[in-house]
Design a binder for this molecule. Structure first.
Ligand SMILES: Cc1cc2nc3c(=O)[nH]c(=O)nc-3n(C[C@H](O)[C@H](O)[C@H](O)COP(=O)(O)O)c2cc1C
Length: 368
């Protein structure tokens, strides 16, 4: 597909050339599905699905029950069906479904697997990646070093890395007390991660968290980044599968409405950025929520090593039910469960819901 000339350089991932160095960040649960990822792919960026709860979402779309492997295959194929490049975000924290998600993505020919919310140390060993780029998400040079050393033993080096700073949406790779440290600002973290990437094979570094405008992208490219990953801007697009109330809550948000949940917190055990007015978060804050887990994606192992425990289920006073809440915010059974909204820290700057094409024109600097 031909696009107006952009001053932004292309980004090459495992030999595939993205005409714009923009990766649309995976947004679970159910926000970045094939309508969004496919639209970004067609515009020359990397469209990224989220694997979270994808079996339920695709089963509902197809009107028959499919497992995680089949759901991932189906969704990846659809996202790539109209041209361009599309991949999938697979969170390590969703341990029970991790291997099936990886296999489904590779078998469907996903252009990339982007894996974070934990260190994906075994990713290259799960399934021969063939043409699929394997891209870990890290929040420090140290985490990247650990991954590179583990992957070297498996005969693989990352095809790129996403460096996600503390302004991102979703789960954050920092301790609560480290989120606001000046030493953790994305531009401060970048040089050491770039050096680490050079040391281990000189693969591209993609920065994420708080990037909002075309000029932000240019600034990070000038500082040595090879590409950017952006999510909050894509959350409020026409093609995103967030439901209407979620998009409206983003438009209404002020800076003070955006906070990192501490108590109640995410059952994943990582800091999680929320909109204060999310109905589920408000109920949990007021102690009005009864634990009501009936999904079980975020499971911890019990004493016998089975994935059977969830903090959201065991302790509803201190943890919210993230699977139900996020599914609800993507329009899945909203009558059964209150929605939970996650956003990046710049969500208060979003003023309208755009079609992906208009947003991509703006971001690559080719808008009329
Ligand atoms: C609504 C939303 C959902 C997200 N879900 C995920 C996810 O499921 N897995 C993940 O690794 N990152 C997730 N993220 C993080 C993004 O992929 C991205 O790296 C980050 O938000 C970039 O910062 P920005 O939102 O300021 O552009 C999510 C972000 C948002 C806003």
């Amino acid at each position: 597909m031909l696009h107006a000339q952009s001053v932004l350089p292309p980004l090459v991932l495992k030999g595939k050339k993205l005409t714009v160095p923009i990766v649309q960040g995976g947004m679970g649960v159910g926000v970045s599905l094939h309508p969004l990822a496919g639209a970004v792919a067609r515009e020359g960026g990397l469209g990224v699905l989220s694997s979270a709860a994808i079996d339920r979402l695709v089963s509902r779309r197809l009107g028959r029950k499919v497992d995680t492997y089949e759901a991932v295959r189906d969704e990846v194929a659809l996202a790539r069906s109209q041209g361009g490049f599309a991949g999938i975000n697979i969170m390590v924290a969703l341990q029970r479904d991790f291997v099936d998600s990886v296999k489904g993505a590779i078998d469907a020919g996903a252009d990339a697997i982007i894996a974070g919310a934990g260190l994906p140390t075994s990713l290259p060993a799960i399934h021969n990646p063939r043409d699929t780029a394997l891209i870990p998400i890290v929040s420090s040079a140290r985490a990247l070093e650990i991954i590179c050393k583990k992957w070297e033993k498996l005969g693989y080096r990352p095809d790129a890395v996403v460096l996600e700073g503390p302004l991102a949406g979703g789960h954050l790779g920092f301790k609560f007390q480290e989120i606001d440290l000046p030493s953790n600002a994305l531009e401060v973290l970048l040089p050491a991660v770039k050096d680490m990437a050079r040391k281990h094979g000189d693969f591209p570094v993609i920065v994420a968290g708080g990037i909002f405008t075309h000029d932000d992208i240019l600034n990070f490219i000038r500082q040595g980044a090879d590409g950017v990953q952006m999510a909050t801007r894509f959350l409020a697009t026409e093609e995103s599968s967030a439901d209407r109330a979620y998009k409206q809550a983003v438009l209404n948000a002020t800076k003070e409405d955006i906070l990192v949940a501490r108590d109640p917190a995410s059952p994943c055990g990582l800091p999680f950025r929320v909109l204060r007015q999310s109905p589920m978060f408000r109920s949990a804050l007021q102690g009005k929520r009864k634990p009501k887990c009936n999904k079980g994606y975020v499971l911890l192992k019990d004493a016998e090593g089975r994935f059977s425990r969830c903090l959201g289920k065991e302790d509803g006073d201190h943890y919210f039910c993230i699977c139900n809440g996020l599914l609800s915010s993507a329009g899945y059974d909203p009558e059964d469960e209150e929605p939970l909204y996650t956003v990046g820290s710049n969500a208060y700057r979003v003023t309208s819901v755009l079609p992906v094409k208009a947003l991509m024109d703006e971001l690559r600097g080719t808008a009329a």
